[in-house]
Design a protein around this ligand. Structure first.
Ligand code: ADP
Ligand code: MG
Length: 346
């Protein structure tokens, strides 16, 4: 198990305002996933501010993260999600939280006309992006894999807490939503322990708990989606909010001068190529923010903004290749651009 200890200043990149003035912070970063393809496959950090109640809440959060990662991995043997593979047509019982998350993911699939689709796993496996086996699949392979993709093929039985994958070869992948879900559960643990001010960062799925210790809003830096850059291009003010970004820069490989990233269009089986660099969603629910950041990336700026405008409480920031930035009306006052190369447009 690798453990990383970060000084509080590490978060300065992400949470810039008043860093120097912040009181004592307890930070812990760990890589939770030991498995290839576990959904929590990046460094997770939990930072408590102005906290003198000991290590217990942090330990409880990491225990939760290990549990979620193990049960929701797309590949690991003991995972409930991996266990559904190869069981086409046969109901399989899953735990209540896994059932609830699949049910919610299916709803987002229906609301987005299949842009968000957790049955994308056969396509994700073919491309292998983020693994040593990344490659561009042949069209015939994609066509064959696409036959097993389609959220409508997930049948749910709430009374039995069971899931049936109806089509042969169907497999689930919670990579677009599990980190957000884990973030919500982690925030709940901290809140129940009476932690008043904290930050959870699960590989770009950020949750800011409460306010800064001085009562001001957190200032969350939104990472520049330009590949190779580490700075932020804008700042969102928030409290008790998840701030989740999906982007082309997170995970990709290059072949013959072309870049292939990890957000797939379920209709084509190929990485989405619609002129967007990143989508950030801000919401009280991190599971929603995670699912919708992936979904809106697939939908594209126009349809994504229209989808968000019909939802209560989810705001979005869309960055295009020409570094133009579109935001939902609810962010006009709380989000500002700090890098002049980026331009807010209507
Ligand atoms: P990350 O997890 O890297 O922060 P996302 O939240 O955008 O990024 O999720 C991308 C992951 O979601 C992919 O690695 C894959 O596992 C899965 N995925 C890819 N395309 C889709 C899609 N159209 N719908 C649902 N999940 C997807
Ligand atoms: Mg996501």
């Amino acid at each position: 198990m690798r453990r990383f200890f970060y000084p509080a200043i590490c978060l300065g990149m992400l949470l810039l305002a008043g860093c120097a003035a912040l009181p004592e912070a307890e930070t812990e970063g760990r890589t939770v996933s030991e498995m290839l393809d576990g959904p929590l496959d990046t460094v997770s950090t939990v930072t408590l501010y102005d906290w003198r109640g000991g290590e217990e809440p942090i330990e409880a959060v990491f225990a939760l993260l290990y549990d979620i990662d193990a049960r929701m991995s797309a590949v690991s043997g003991e995972s409930e999600i991996a266990g559904l593979s190869g069981q086409a047509g046969t109901p399989a019982a899953v735990s209540g939280d896994v059932f609830g998350l699949i049910e919610y993911a299916k709803t987002v699939g229906a609301e987005t006309d299949g842009a968000f689709d957790i049955t994308i796993r056969p396509i994700v496996s073919l491309w292998g992006i983020g693994t040593e086996n990344a490659r561009v699949p042949a069209q015939a392979e994609l066509d064959a894999a696409l036959l097993s993709v389609g959220y409508e093929g997930i049948t749910l039985d709430k009374a039995a807490s069971s899931v049936t994958l109806e089509k042969a070869g169907m497999q689930l992948d919670l990579g677009g939503i599990a980190k957000g879900y884990a973030c919500d559960r982690a925030a709940e643990i901290l809140r129940n322990a009476n932690v008043g001010h904290g930050i959870i960062d699960l590989g770009g799925n950020v949750y800011v708990l409460g306010t800064k210790p001085d009562g001001a809003l957190w200032q969350v830096g939104i990472k520049s989606p330009v590949v190779g850059e580490n700075g932020y291009f804008g700042v969102a003010a928030a409290r008790d909010r998840a701030v989740v970004t999906s982007g082309v820069y997170e995970r990709f490989f290059e072949r013959d001068g072309k870049r292939y990233h990890h957000i797939m269009d379920p209709r084509t089986g190929c990485p989405v190529d619609n002129g967007l660099l990143s989508v950030t969603i801000i919401s009280a629910s991190a599971a929603q923010a995670d699912a919708l950041s992936t979904a809106c990336f697939v939908l594209g700026a126009e349809r994504g903004l229209a989808y968000l405008s019909a939802l209560e409480g989810a705001e979005g920031i869309f960055v295009s290749e020409d570094l133009s930035v579109q935001v939902t009306p609810g962010l006009r006052d709380s989000f500002r651009i700090t890098d002049e190369r980026f331009q807010l447009v209507d």
